[in-house]
Design a protein. Structure first.
Length: 132
């Protein structure tokens, strides 16, 4: 129907109607979806009223938020304690490492002095034996 002023024939109307009907779903197409009988097994609004109301949900949400705040506070305390313990451990390791280094330096110094003393004694002894 290109010209709106031209009269329409029955055949054209039928063809147009058939074209529209081809785009609509058939009973076979709708069998894949749930029927009223299928939906009766599911809960209705009336059935759900026995469960939590909006007020109950609000109270539950508030309780959850309180618990989250409590957990967050607890976690912060534990994290701070861990930091403190780790710092103490670090300080202890550092002190022991420095102490060990000082003791090792002392042993090396004393060992060096002792070795030098022994070498001197041996050199004197060797000098005496050569003279004889």
């Amino acid at each position: 129907m290109t010209d709106p002023d031209r009269p329409v024939t029955r055949r054209e109307l039928r063809e147009e109607l058939e074209a529209v009907l081809k785009t609509l779903a058939t009973k076979e197409d709708l069998k894949a979806f749930a029927t009223k009988e299928d939906l009766k097994a599911f809960a209705t609004k009336e059935d759900l009223k026995a469960f939590a109301t909006n007020e109950d949900l609000k109270a539950t949400r508030e309780e959850m938020n309180r618990r989250f705040d409590e957990l967050r506070t607890h976690f912060d305390v534990v994290a701070e304690s861990f930091k403190s313990d780790f710092k103490n451990l670090h300080d202890w390791v550092e002190a022991n490492t420095k102490g060990l280094a000082r003791r090792l330096d002392k042993v090396e110094t004393e060992h060096g002095a002792r070795l030098l003393s022994l070498e001197t004694r041996m050199s004197r002894r060797e000098a005496r034996t050569r003279r004889k």
